[in-house]
Write a protein that binds this ligand. Sequence first.
Ligand code: MTE
Length: 319
Amino acid sequence: MAVIHRRPSWAISEALATPEDVFLNRRAILAGMGLGLAAAALPRRARAEEKDPTADLYPARRNEAYKLDRPLTPEEVNANYNNFYEYGSYKEIAANAQQLQTRPWEVAIGGLVDKPMTIAIDDLIRKFPLETRLYRHRCVEAWSMTIPWSGFPLKSLVAMVAPRSDAKFIRFETFLDPKMAPGQNDFLYPWPYVEGVTIEEAAIDLPFLVTGAYDKPLARQFGAPIRLALPWKYGFKSIKSIRKIDFVAEQPLGLWEAIQPSEYGFWANVNPEVPHPRWSQARERVLQTGELVPTQLFNGYAAEVSHLYAGKDPARLYM
Ligand code: MTE
């Protein structure tokens, strides 16, 4: 269990899935720690997605360039199977995540840029035309989903703040507020959640800043009000509930790399031929059917991304 071994529970292969009794016991422990606040305690308005100030923007225009080779994961499957450690180290965090307060919400964009800004989320979302893209999502734990995300390309945000030539990486940071995210009381994790990409990775079309899913504003458990989707990388790179975006000269240290650098790296590109130290990455379990299918290099996005890694040492590119 993560709290004891300083290791994410999602790092445990699904093939070694926790027996139900251990799982239930773990929930009891989490509840005792104040991590299991019941959905019953939540005000009704917390679930009223129709009051979202950006609701009028959905459904967003579909970008036909992004197609799938398998059916979409039904919303009710996706919305009840999430990794969001701020709300618990198990998959059924959806009810607990309704504590996330998504307004007011500001995003601070700064560092090595000519036009830094701190912007209210509703202004940020309305700065760019939203579009819907069907993306694959492959977790390092070897399960996968297919999701209709809505949002705008990261490269549009990059252009808006005019990075300087010494900006080599972009560092993303989640909120830090243990009062609305009980998981952040767990001092064994170096909160807040941090992830990053290179400036070259951010320049292609694929990195997507997600503000909606399933034709409506993003549900809290998906990382409202704004999260990243980097579909050619393992899911832990796709940071949720972003508050801060910094353009930096040094490679950012992500939360999982900080905890377990021998298992989780900065690059985390999907590669079926490079096993995780404790399990194979050759296949993945499609969440809605349970079917095992072969995993694809760069999760099926090799045409879009492989040029980014030409000539780079493969030793850590796939972890
Ligand atoms: N972002 C934050 N802030 N906290 C998290 O625990 N988990 C990551 C990533 N982003 C995580 C996060 C992991 S491990 C995965 S697989 C995806 O979010 C899960 O996204 P999903 O719940 O939408 O499938």
